[in-house]
Design a protein around this ligand. Sequence first.
Ligand SMILES: [Zn+2]
Length: 240
Amino acid sequence: MEKTFDLDKIKFSIDPKTFDKAIDLYGKGKVINVTTNPFGFDATVLGSQSYHVSVSNKNLDQATCTCYLGENDVLCKHVIALALHVVMAGKPMTQEDKKQYTEPVCNIETGELDKDELQKMQQEITTAMRYIKAYRGPSSTWFRYQNSLSEGCARLASIISQLPVSEQTAKILVDILLRLDRKLLNAVDDSDGTVGTFIEQTVQILLEYYFIDKNCSKAFKKLKNKETMFGWEEALVNIK
Ligand SMILES: [Zn+2]
């Protein structure tokens, strides 16, 4: 059956606690009797009891589970364990598969990306940016919207954390920041501060870049005389 969610979707949209518990259930072979139905997948997941779990192949949010959380419409670890079983096709997960980035970290390696890597990464950035969109919905879909912002930032955090440090990649980070800043100006409703926090964390990473390689400051020149949403560029522009 064609599925519209993949491992990245699970990783970047599920909170770390639920994700880790689901990895554990899946890894220990607790997802059994997996079958398909016209809408998605069914399985039994063994927890403190045995639960019946279904998930739509279209949307992770459309899932049911007979556990207490599931019956209260909360996306539980059993549903995510089944989703992992589906995307991994029963295969074991690698360390990289299990790695979730909740915030960007500075890579310790230095270096540049080649043409192919650069192109692939630009596509990933474009995909991530789509989750950080303007809010025009009713308040009933507010939480889903906030989740979308978090997912976009988590995707960007993963990309940034894997970049080697150099003037080239510093420019990429500066461009990401400017794109996010424009989005905040254009109706992205960041009242939870998800995007703002992410911008601050990325500025910190650029400062670390500078300490690793002074040439990175050349990438900050683009920020001169720019007025950003909350003056985040000052720390970078003021570097001498
Ligand atoms: Zn459950």
